[in-house]
Write a new protein. Structure first.
Length: 545
């Protein structure tokens, strides 16, 4: 499951072979395996704005997670039970994750950003029997507790009132030698709900093998880590597949310390401070966060950065942000691709010469990715089709939770369909064209939003942008842009026209936005993806042609 030594991408792809043991447990490989050989090695460091940073060793992680697994077992939580984790980045979240995997239960990561309706929907759909949370999470959970008949236990990191179990006391009461059942690669371990960009979220159930499946892509995107002194950080919520599986878990498995940071609204200056102060060498930073970081002028003049790799995924990075990172940060960001159901299957690797502005990258060793038509047949290079992943694949989900029909519709023949459109050139690079649901049909042209958004972002007045199709009786649809302005710019009809002309001159006459609407905030999922569905449903106000 680890990348072999190779001098080139073709050699690396050809030499790689999967070798996942028949007995494999996500919790034990990120804790016990390291505790046995290096118990004092630091696995987690927590950034504190006051400078009093904390750390946790592999030995402590192994012991505390075993104690918690034992205590949860004593509460009657069995293998296969779903347990919600409503926690921010920090030691408690990791200990809870590892404990659940050791126990054989199914971890259900939940974002603290979720409102009560979103939480109720996910906890009900999953049939969660327990939730582990903090004081803030309790304010969201307690109002809906009576609506969740399967929820038997609520465990909190802070003060415990009547009916709330204290996490610290549970850990202290447990058996440090608890081992739990033996698990195989296909045994359920983790359920992550899809982001809901195009419809109701679905619970994607993954086996323990999902962690092993992420290792080659993680190493490819991060310059062959681990190396001495490596430290990993991401601003992404660990409740999302990106934060959990693109950063936290694979780093722990490889012995790379992970830096956690307090939950907050993303602040680009704080992001640079964290990376500088904690000596972060490898970072996973989604495109939206990278775009916001452009607000910091000449960051290397103000922050002592030791970064050697940045991976980015979740939506298209785009040429403009790609070039900014190369100039401002002094390195080429490695864009990669996947989705909740099947993650980290395409990647760039600048150290191997696999990098191109506007392209996601090439298939990660161990994964076969193709562009297919509506019948599941591979299309010729340069043709637009749907991105598809051949099965079986270790990162591929087991099923949508209790939804066999939706699961079956996700596949055609030997391929899992992503719902994303792309095209592959003769050199093997795959370019993201947009979600099938987001494609705009205008005057007979099929237009992907990604290229338009990338062009919009190159305008100095644009901070964030999204392009959608608006129904039109003449053209079927027209391109409409939603724009969040950069600091120092005011909304006006003249600026809207200037932005539209900017795209018209740089792309084409059929792709430019015929309407530009200024909005104060962009609707995003917790993973930083634009929810274009909500933009299409917005009242048509403030539009300027």
């Amino acid at each position: 499951m680890f990348l072999p030594q190779a001098a080139s991408y073709p050699e690396l792809y050809d030499r790689f072979r999967w070798d996942i043991p028949s007995s494999f447990n996500m919790g034990r490989v990120v804790s016990d395996a390291w505790a046995e050989k290096a118990p004092d090695q630091i696995c987690l460091e927590h950034f504190s704005p006051d400078g009093r940073h904390g750390f946790l060793t592999y030995g402590a992680l192994a012991e505390q997670s075993s104690r918690l697994a034992s205590a949860l077992d004593g509460l009657g939580i069995k293998p296969g039970d779903r347990v919600g984790l409503l926690l921010p980045q920090g030691f408690d979240a990791v200990i809870a994750h590892v404990a659940l995997y050791k126990l054989g239960a199914i971890a259900l990561p939940l974002a603290l950003l979720f409102g009560v309706d979103a939480l109720e929907y996910r906890l009900k759909a999953a049939g969660a029997c327990t939730v582990i949370t903090n004081d803030f999470g309790l304010t969201r959970l307690l109002p809906i507790r009576a609506l969740l008949p399967e929820l038997r236990h609520v465990i909190a990191t802070g003060k415990a009132d009547d009916g709330i179990l204290p996490l610290a006391a549970l850990i202290e009461s447990g058996d440090p030698c608890f081992s739990g059942p033996d698990t195989g690669p296909d045994d359920p371990a983790l359920m992550i709900f899809t982001s809901g960009t195009t419809g109701a979220p679905k619970g994607a159930l993954h086996g323990h093998r999902v962690l092993a499946g992420h290792i080659p892509g993680f190493q490819l995107a991060h310059d062959g880590l681990p190396r001495p002194g490596d430290r990993m950080w991401t601003p992404s919520d660990w409740a999302w597949a990106g934060g959990l599986l693109n950063a936290l878990m694979p780093a722990l498995m490889l012995g790379v310390p992970v830096v956690s940071s307090p939950a907050q609204k993303f602040d680009p200056h704080m992001a640079f401070r964290i990376m500088a102060e904690m000596k972060v060498t490898n970072a996973f930073i989604p495109p939206t966060a990278l775009r916001l970081m452009k607000a910091v002028q000449n960051p290397r003049d103000h922050y002592d950065l030791v970064l050697r790799s940045i991976g980015s995924a979740g939506e298209s990075l785009g040429r403009e942000t790609y070039e900014w990172a190369k100039t401002a940060l002094g390195m080429t960001p490695n864009e990669f691709y996947g989705q909740t159901e099947c993650n980290f299957v395409l990647s760039s690797a600048a150290h191997l010469g696999v990098s191109r502005a506007g392209a996601i990258g090439k298939p990660v060793p161990g994964h076969r990715v193709a562009i297919v038509d509506e019948k599941g047949l591979e299309v010729a290079p340069g043709k637009i089709g749907q991105v598809a992943i051949a099965r079986p694949d270790p990162v591929m989900f087991l099923e949508y939770w209790r939804d066999p029909d939706a699961t079956a519709k996700k596949f055609i023949g030997d391929f899992m369909l992503t719902g994303d459109l792309g095209r592959q050139d003769r050199q093997g690079y795959i370019e993201f064209f947009g979600r099938d649901d987001d494609i705009i049909t205008s005057s007979g042209y099929r237009i992907g939003p990604t290229e338009i958004e990338d062009c919009l972002l190159s305008h100095p007045a644009v901070r964030l942008a999204a392009a959608v199709g608006k129904p039109d009786p003449l053209r079927t649809e027209i391109v409409k842009a939603f724009v969040v302005l950069a600091d120092g710019y005011e909304k006006s009809t003249e600026l809207a026209r200037d932005i539209a002309d900017w795209v018209k001159l740089r792309l084409s006459m059929h792709e430019y936005p015929r309407e530009v609407e200024f909005i104060d905030t962009m609707p995003l999922t917790t993973s930083g993806k634009v929810i274009r569905r909500l933009l299409r449903e917005m009242p048509q106000t403030q539009a300027a042609q």
